[in-house]
Every structure is written in structure tokens, then in C-alpha cells.
Design a protein around this ligand. Structure first.
Ligand SMILES: [Ca+2]
Ligand SMILES: [Ca+2]
Length: 309
């Protein structure tokens, strides 16, 4: 079992509780159609309606949800999906969160649900599969899952097994998490996909309600800013313990924020410096590749990568 609790974002989450979502999708009127597209090319598995099954017998907010069929169990050998697309939202913020509620009833470790994001290269990646993060979805922060861990089924990390209580899922990302198609301010596109094998167990599938989108406020560093950020020298690189980051071109008096993220996109260290040669300790970090980003207020002005042995 893998845990995807991301304590880092408790701070942001706290802010989030205090504010109302910018967008709420509750499926109880037709406004969900502004954001949700159901894939009808395969079996018409995803329905918006009133759940009328044994476990899935009511909505989180009544009467409707989106689910894998309001009455029938999910089919075998299926990969039906729906897409949540947020476009023309206010892209002025440094941090975003999508929250939703779900119930699940899958053949354990055989069938399940995954969430894919359209990432930097315009392709879809399973964002529950942590090895895909970072390399394709830079600035994708991760998940907070209220009750259950993710698990492995087929070749995927995702939601499997049964949980008939409403579980709250939180997906956190920065404004430029999904930098696609040279758009200044990208759309967020998440694909919720059922995956089932050939064994029919007559289970109820996946039910989702109460999707909320939060904008934390603040200033977003644009893709152009990231691309234009100075490539910084750090040495030694690779490192075992301490390395020195050369900020001599960037230090102008005010302290700069130095953020180190791992390949999952998780920030593993945050510090402030006014030193033109800033010592960073990687001693306690696991071996791997780390991204270093230097911010002046909310603007990215420097970046580097380092290998920790
Ligand atoms: Ca509802
Ligand atoms: Ca199955």
C-alpha cells in the first residue's frame, strides 16, 4: 500500500477551508455540462443521475452524481472515462486545488479508477502513478486522500477495492502544473477512467460528486518566466552532502526563496537566503534528482537540477 498524504500542503489546505470554491460541480442541474465531457465512444458507462444501487444509493448532495451507471454494475474490459476541463477560469494564482467526494466498489486489485492529467507535452498521464509526476507535470503537488490509500491494480496505481463511505480527495497543483500547447494560461484537464479486467464480479464501480475548484490567490509565475529563469550553477553536482548554489547574479539585497522539489514535484526543502554563494545540504535526502527553484517574491528567477548520490 502506498500513502500519498502530502503534509506539505496542510498550510495551503488550511487557507482553502477558509474560502469558498470558485467553481462547484454538483451534478444537480445542467451546469456540470460546462466542465464535464463524458466519453461516449465506448460503452456508455458514465451516467449523471440519481444512484439506485445497493451501496451507491444516494448522492453526496442530492439528487445526482456522476457514476459508472446509475443502475447496473460496471462492464468487463472497459476503459470508459469522463473529462473534467476547467478553462477560462481566473489564472492569477500560485496554487490551486480540486477537491471531490467519491465512493468506490471495484474487484480488489483487479479493477479500479485512475485519474489522468493532460501534462506539459499534451499527453495524458496517470497522476496517481507517482513515478509519472515531476517529469511530465512539473509543479504538480500531489494528493491528499482523507481515508484510503491508493493501491496497485493491473499496471496502474489508482483507486481499487470497496469503500462505501464518502471519501474526500484533494488534488493540488500550481498554476503552471499543466503547461500545454504554448498557452499562456493552461486549461486543467483531468480524465477519470474506469479500468476493468475480463472477470465480471457485478460490482458498482465509481461514484463522484461535489467537485470543487479552489484558487488560493497570489501571483502566478508564468511559463515564460520559468523558461527564462536563469540556469544556476550548483557544485559539486552530483553531491553526497553539501553543495553551493551560485546566486551572485541574482542577489540584489532582498532574501530569495530557494525551493527544492523531488521528482514527484513535492517540495522537500524551503529556505531563504541573501548569500551569493548559498550552501544547501542534501545529506538527509534520498538518492535521486532534485529541482532547485529560486524565487524573488512569487517570480521564478533561477533554476537548477542536482543529482544526489
Ligand atoms: Ca450532487
Ligand atoms: Ca473485474
Amino acid at each position: 500500500m502506498k500513502s500519498f498524504y502530502l503534509l506539505l500542503f496542510i498550510g495551503l489546505t488550511t487557507i482553502c477551508w477558509a474560502q469558498s470554491p470558485q467553481i462547484t460541480i454538483h451534478f444537480d442541474d445542467t451546469t456540470y455540462q460546462n466542465y464535464i465531457t463524458i466519453d461516449t465512444s465506448s460503452a456508455k458507462v458514465w451516467h449523471v443521475g440519481k444512484p439506485q444501487k445497493t451501496l451507491f444509493d444516494s448522492a453526496y448532495n442530492a439528487p445526482n452524481v456522476i457514476l459508472t451507471d446509475t443502475i447496473n454494475s460496471y462492464p468487463t474490459n472497459d476503459t470508459s472515462s469522463f473529462i473534467l476541463k476547467l478553462e477560462n477560469v481566473i489564472w492569477s494564482s500560485s496554487g490551486y486545488e480540486i477537491r471531490y467526494r467519491q465512493k468506490k466498489d471495484f474487484e480488489n486489485k483487479k479493477d479500479g479508477g485512475i485519474i489522468l492529467a493532460k501534462c506539459d507535452d499534451g499527453k495524458w498521464y496517470n497522476i496517481l502513478n507517482n513515478s509519472m509526476l515531476g517529469s511530465h507535470c512539473l509543479f504538480f503537488y500531489g494528493f491528499y486522500i482523507s481515508t484510503n490509500n491508493l493501491d496497485y491494480f493491473g499496471n496502474n496505481f489508482g483507486f481499487t477495492g470497496t469503500d462505501s463511505t464518502w471519501e474526500e480527495i484533494s488534488i493540488n497543483f500550481m498554476c503552471n502544473a499543466m503547461r500545454i500547447q504554448n498557452k499562456s494560461w493552461p486549461d486543467v484537464e483531468l480524465k477519470f477512467m474506469l479500468i476493468s479486467d475480463s472477470n465480471q464480479t457485478n460490482q458498482e464501480g465509481w461514484m463522484i460528486d461535489d467537485i470543487r475548484f479552489y484558487d488560493y490567490g497570489g501571483t502566478c509565475s508564468s511559463i515564460e518566466e520559468f523558461n527564462q529563469a536563469e540556469a544556476l550553477n550548483i557544485f559539486p553536482n552530483p553531491t553526497y552532502d553539501n553543495s553551493y548554489l551560485d546566486l551572485s547574479n541574482l542577489i540584489k539585497g532582498n532574501a530569495l526563496r530557494v525551493s527544492i522539489t523531488n521528482l514527484l514535484g513535492e517540495e522537500v526543502q524551503l529556505s531563504y537566503t541573501s548569500e551569493s554563494l548559498t550552501k544547501l545540504s542534501f545529506k538527509d535526502f534520498p538518492s535521486g534528482i532534485y529541482q532547485i527553484m529560486v524565487f524573488e517574491e512569487d517570480k521564478i528567477i533561477g533554476k537548477s537540477k542536482i543529482i544526489k548520490h
